[in-house]
Design a protein around this ligand. Structure first.
Ligand code: FAD
Length: 488
């Protein structure tokens, strides 16, 4: 297909991690040009070092692309989908469409940046315009720096410096109409041909029951959070048994909503609500967006954040290979109910509460002494919000190997964490039904239940005893850390 020579040459909007029509600077720029807009998506598993999405992300991506297709169709447009190496495919499409210009929103992983620079160079050398924008972050990673102009390594000064740059720009609305071009382009395929959904077996029932991917779903989630849970957020955010957090993470990950939209909507809600949230609620919530920004800052300045210890001292950790323990952790069968509830929440819904992410990750790294990268890879495969920056930075944070990380020697006690943050045991009861009959004082330590109850759990319901003893595991973890110390 080619465009008629009399009509203006089209502008291609290359969608990637920005699957939305509102507050999308690349799209806004394309519309401003007044030329026909060609919306394109390239599923790229071919460019070197681009990390393929995990299973849960593939599921989300399918539905998010489907929602974007519907959003475009409602405005008279359509999404052209391709599979291939990102730069080559988009450069080929620009040639086929004789596009005057290609616009996109930036990505921050090293491999993706490589793809984007190659595309920009090839497009420009073919006489086309190529422009990129910031859609994913409140501030570009290079805008926030220390007084000396260096990358930041500690969260609090980072977030202070980011906020000192002023309010993020106000979000822009979605275009009312954006007629696309008729016909099909060479290499174009239907969404289903990307084969992103699980079939044999179809394990996505829990995901379907939990989430509504897409821009409308993101907007609804944000409104519900602002109406119901921003007030009280600071006090409730650590309680996995309560619906106290926004659950916006997968929507942010796929760019169905922008952090600018969330930032402005949270401020507006705080001003207009009848029963407004406290300033601590608002500050705390915005600081979580700040952690997301900090993770991207770290990724940008440390491209191998998912594979290399930020603190090289951890290269000497004597990690263990223990396939049986790893499998027990993955399946939520460690015998520690709070950890198991988190791991099963992940398996069932593709998401885990932040607090149980911390405790479950710590359990793998410290109680089982298994390399944090093994856990990072499991989360990458199973989280619907699996994020190249936040997942890597958070795993390194828990391991103690990261920037501004929790010290390694602070080892969570999964029993005490459960008793404190899931006091009635409702969270465990929901995800570990074998323990549903236990009273609150035994649910986080089933081994302390009376012999009758315990026998019932073990024999009839098959819940395992603890796979490691907490005190022994703690001592082993501390000894492992001591072994990494440089000799005096
Ligand atoms: P809210 O509390 O409502 O926070 C609002 C938003 O802020 C979130 O949607 C998220 O985008 C961001 N945010 C919150 N906490 C963090 C944080 N600690 N670091 C970075 N951003 C944050 N988050 C991901 O988005 N993707 C991941 O792959 C990911 N992996 C993690 C792995 C581990 C081991 C740990 C401990 C944390 C991980 N997190 C990750 C961070 C955090 O757990 C989730 O962002 C949060 O639980 C999402 O829930 P929410 O949207 O309800 O968060």
């Amino acid at each position: 297909m080619t465009t008629a020579s009399t009509s203006p040459r089209p502008v291609i909007v290359w969608f990637r991690d920005d699957l939305r029509l509102s507050d999308n600077p690349a799209l806004t720029d394309a519309m401003r040009r007044g030329a026909p807009v060609l919306a394109a998506y390239v599923f790229d598993e071919e460019s070197p070092d681009v990390r393929p999405p995990g299973g849960a992300s593939r599921w989300w991506l399918h539905h998010s692309l489907s929602a974007l297709e519907r959003g475009l169709a409602a405005r008279g447009g359509r999404l052209a989908i391709f599979r291939g190496a990102g730069a080559e495919t988009i450069v080929g499409l620009a040639k086929a469409a004789d596009a005057a210009c290609v616009v996109w929103n930036r990505r921050y992983g090293a491999a993706e940046r490589q793809v984007d620079s190659a595309a920009k160079a090839a497009l420009r050398s073919a006489g086309r315009e190529a422009e990129s924008f910031n859609a994913a972050l409140l501030r570009e990673p290079w805008e926030v720096k220390s007084r000396a102009g260096a990358p930041m390594k500690v969260f609090t000064p980072f977030w202070k410096a980011a906020q000192a740059l002023g309010e993020p720009a106000a979000p822009t609305p979605a275009p009312a109409r954006m007629p696309g071009l008729d016909g099909r382009w060479p290499g174009e395929i239907p969404l289903a041909a990307l084969d992103l959904l699980p079939t044999r077996p179809d394990w996505a029932g829990g995901l379907r029951a939990t989430w509504k991917p897409g821009e409308d779903g993101a907007r609804e989630r944000l409104s519900a959070f602002l109406d119901e849970d921003l007030r009280g957020y600071a006090a409730r955010r650590d309680r996995p048994d309560l619906p106290g957090t926004s659950r916006l993470s997968p929507h942010l990950r796929f760019g169905e909503i922008s952090p600018r939209q969330v930032w402005h909507a949270a401020h507006a809600a705080a001003l207009s609500a009848e029963r407004p949230p406290s300033s601590t609620d608002l500050t705390k919530f915005l600081a979580e967006l700040g952690w997301r920004e900090f993770s991207y800052h770290l990724l940008f300045h440390n491209p191998d954040l998912a594979t290399r210890n930020y603190q090289p001292r951890f290269d000497a950790m004597p990690w263990r290979d223990d396939a049986a323990a790893l499998e027990a952790w993955r399946r939520g069968r460690t015998g520690y109910p709070f950890v198991d509830a988190g791991m099963r929440q992940l398996w069932e819904t593709g998401w885990m509460h932040n607090r149980t992410r911390m405790v479950a990750a710590s359990f793998l790294i410290k109680h089982l002494l298994i390399d944090w990268r093994v856990g990072e890879a499991w989360f990458w495969d199973t989280l619907v919000d699996a994020d190249p920056a936040s997942n890597a930075a958070s795993w390194q944070w828990v391991a103690g190997s990261g920037a501004d990380a929790a010290p390694y020697y602070r080892i969570f006690n999964p029993v005490l964490q459960g008793e404190k943050l899931d006091p009635a045991g409702d969270y465990v009861r929901r995800f570990v039904p074998e323990l549903a009959d236990l009273p609150p004082d035994a649910i986080h330590r089933p081994w302390s239940a009376g012999p009758g109850l315990l026998a019932g759990i073990a024999s009839k319901r098959g819940y395992p005893g603890p796979i490691v003893d907490h005190d022994a595991a703690r001592a082993r973890a501390l000894a492992a850390l001591a072994a990494t110390r440089e000799p005096d």
